[in-house]
Design a protein around this ligand. Structure first.
Ligand code: HEC
Ligand code: HEC
Ligand code: HEC
Ligand code: HEC
Ligand code: HEC
Ligand code: HEC
Ligand code: HEC
Length: 404
């Protein structure tokens, strides 16, 4: 009997050792220089916890019942085109599909593979077929709580043929496995199935940090950060470039944005004209050209410390909490000084609660309009302008301009 127990015990010890080795090996698909978010948790719990609830964390996800916001229940699961075609969102087991119908007959059908966007304003979906991702014809728009024709898609009938480039992932995810290949004369990108790291994680912004994590694990007394870019020591241009990688609007990069590290110059990745701050760049882009707008503002040009991080915590959204942003204005524009607001429209105490609404108004996007089901007129998406200046039009309390 004791012998059998010994055998069992040895077996158990062996199993545990093997299992712990599996956990200990680096499963990060980006390579051994990366550690993955979980490796940061023990030492940076506050950043880790906050980041889990942020827009960056949810910037993309595997498409499933939880990540897809729109309804799969009739009649809300349908989108009708003016030409008579319809698309229904259907659930079969745990799989989600968009199924097109013409004259009541089933036509194309494609699966929901990836959810793009947490859905603050909208979500679009990608299907996966024969090594390619395609954008699905129907998106979800939070503003109107309904399915809508995907932006820029044909208005009269569903289109399933829009191929999605890897660029899309380089701003919405932390890694995607893809190759560039030739299809005849055409260069195409082919993707491995399910090989995506969803969301924007720690090392997507901070760069590979395995060496940093290992070093500090082995040197617990070391209190100053080693083997990681110190953001406070970067120039202002380098700091804003860390955000502009993804917040300078859509462009065609010459190098993959996945390769960008803190300290790199964005102009080495993207043609400089995309980063220009000329007036033609001052309109809101659906993909938020906050970089161009902010850097064109006097606050940015006349001060040398303003960065994106002055107002935003990169680990946490301060959504709808405009008062925290107004405080940031006051740090440079103190009341009862010459730097304060010169408007006589309100008492200074009231002005202090509205800085952002008057000087960074919510404006309709000139680039994106939505066509929700049953609405004859497209609805303009709106964005908060990052061009901080005096706007002469009247504003409503929500900050939306009433005149064009
Ligand atoms: C064993 C503990 C430990 C682990 C694990 C660890 N760090 Fe750190 N990290 C530190 C210490 C210590 C500092 C310096 C003190 C501070 O800034 O909090 C630091 C600082 C940092 C900084 C600030 C750099 C700056 O601007 O000064 C970043 C960014 C960072 N770590 C990222 C990460 C990421 C990402 C991971 C996970 C891949 C990670 N750390 C894992 C201990 C650790
Ligand atoms: C790898 C790309 C990427 C980088 C780098 C990046 N962002 Fe973002 N950011 C996104 C995407 C994508 C979204 C939209 C996510 C969504 O709504 O699904 C977003 C959303 C945001 C939002 C809106 C949050 C909300 O409440 O909805 C803010 C603010 C923001 N980013 C600030 C920053 C700042 C500041 C930096 C630099 C420190 C930065 N981002 C770097 C991709 C990026
Ligand atoms: C240059 C980086 C970049 C690229 C490329 C990019 N996005 Fe975005 N996307 C962003 C940022 C940044 C935001 C947040 C914009 C904001 O709130 O101002 C965003 C927002 C979105 C949203 C709205 C999210 C929400 O929560 O409301 C959707 C949907 C979206 N993108 C889908 C896509 C798809 C699909 C592609 C590829 C075809 C794509 N994006 C390519 C950076 C990018
Ligand atoms: C969207 C980009 C982005 C993501 C994602 C991100 N960080 Fe940061 N992080 C920054 C920036 C920018 C700073 C510098 C903030 C500043 O200067 O105020 C920073 C600062 C830090 C610091 C220094 C302490 C502090 O708060 O100033 C630590 C530690 C850190 N990050 C850890 C992490 C960890 C761990 C994760 C993942 C859970 C993470 N970061 C995800 C951009 C990011
Ligand atoms: C880091 C400091 C800083 C912060 C933070 C800041 N500003 Fe400024 N702002 C400046 C400086 C410097 C100027 C230029 C003043 C001058 O030329 O006399 C300026 C100019 C302005 C102007 C005049 C713009 C023009 O085109 O004439 C307005 C309006 C303004 N700021 C509003 C704001 C608001 C609203 C906020 C908060 C959302 C804010 N600022 C945050 C530093 C800052
Ligand atoms: C002077 C303060 C300030 C600075 C600096 C600033 N932002 Fe913002 N940002 C705001 C405010 C205010 C909002 C609106 C927040 C809300 O509505 O909840 C906002 C919203 C956003 C959003 C959400 C977009 C939307 O319209 O819903 C993104 C993305 C963003 N900022 C990115 C950036 C980036 C990237 C930078 C640096 C290039 C930056 N911000 C610099 C104040 C600032
Ligand atoms: C009700 C809208 C409104 C609010 C709220 C408001 N402003 Fe203003 N602000 C204006 C207008 C309009 C002007 C131009 C006044 C004039 O010259 O007639 C102005 C002027 C300014 C200027 C001087 C611009 C110049 O030409 O040099 C600054 C700086 C400024 N505001 C900052 C702020 C800050 C900071 C806050 C919050 C404490 C704030 N404003 C709140 C509407 C507003």
């Amino acid at each position: 009997m004791p012998k059998r127990l010994l055998y069992l015990l040895t077996l158990l010890v062996l199993l545990v050792t093997i299992l712990s080795q599996c956990v200990g090996t680096n499963p990060d698909p980006r390579g051994p220089a990366y550690a993955g978010d979980d490796a940061c948790k023990s030492c940076h719990r506050p950043e880790f916890e906050k980041h889990r609830g942020s827009a960056h964390f949810f910037a993309s996800a595997r498409a499933d019942e939880h990540s897809v916001l729109g309804s799969f229940i009739a009649p809300a699961n349908q989108f009708s085109f003016p030409g008579g075609a319809t698309v229904q969102m259907v659930k079969e087991g745990s799989q989600l599909y968009q199924q097109a119908y013409r004259d009541g007959r089933p036509m194309e059908k494609a699966n929901f593979a990836v959810t793009m966007g947490q859905g603050r304003k909208a979500q679009t979906y990608l299907s996966y077929k024969e090594k390619k991702y395609y954008q699905l014809p129907i998106s979800y728009f939070t503003q109107v709580h309904s399915w809508a024709n995907s932006p820029g898609f044909p208005a009269t009938q569903p289109y399933f043929g829009r191929v999605v480039p890897a660029d899309c992932f380089s701003c919405h995810s932390s890694y995607v496995k893809y190759e560039t290949a030739f299809e005849g004369m055409r260069q195409v990108e082919t993707f491995a199935e399910n090989e995506v790291m969803y969301g924007i994680n720690c090392e997507r912004c901070h760069g590979p940090a395995r060496e940093h994590a290992d070093f500090h694990t082995n040197h617990p007394k070391e209190k100053s950060a080693q083997h990681i870019a110190r953001i406070g020591a970067l120039t202002r241009q380098q700091q804003v470039d860390m955000c502009a990688v993804c917040h300078a609007g859509l462009k065609t990069p010459q190098r993959s944005l996945f390769a960008f590290r803190p300290g790199d110059k964005l102009s080495d990745f993207i043609m400089a004209d995309y980063l220009a701050t000329g007036s033609e760049r001052h309109s809101n882009d659906v993909h938020g050209n906050q970089y161009q707008l902010l850097t064109a503002s006097k606050c940015y040009r006349a001060s040398n410390q303003l960065t994106c991080n002055t107002c935003h915590n990169p680990h946490e959204d301060n959504r709808s909490n405009l008062q925290t942003y107004n405080y940031q204005c006051l740090s440079c524009h103190q009341p009862a000084t010459a730097k304060f607001c010169t408007s006589k429209e309100m008492a200074p105490e009231l002005l202090q609660q509205q800085c952002v609404n008057c000087h960074m108004p919510v404006q309709p996007s000139r680039v994106i309009t939505l066509l929700p089901d049953g609405k004859p007129q497209p609805v303009a998406d709106s964005l908060r302008s990052h061009l901080i200046k005096v706007y002469r039009q009247a504003i409503s309390p929500a900050g939306t301009h009433t005149s064009p």
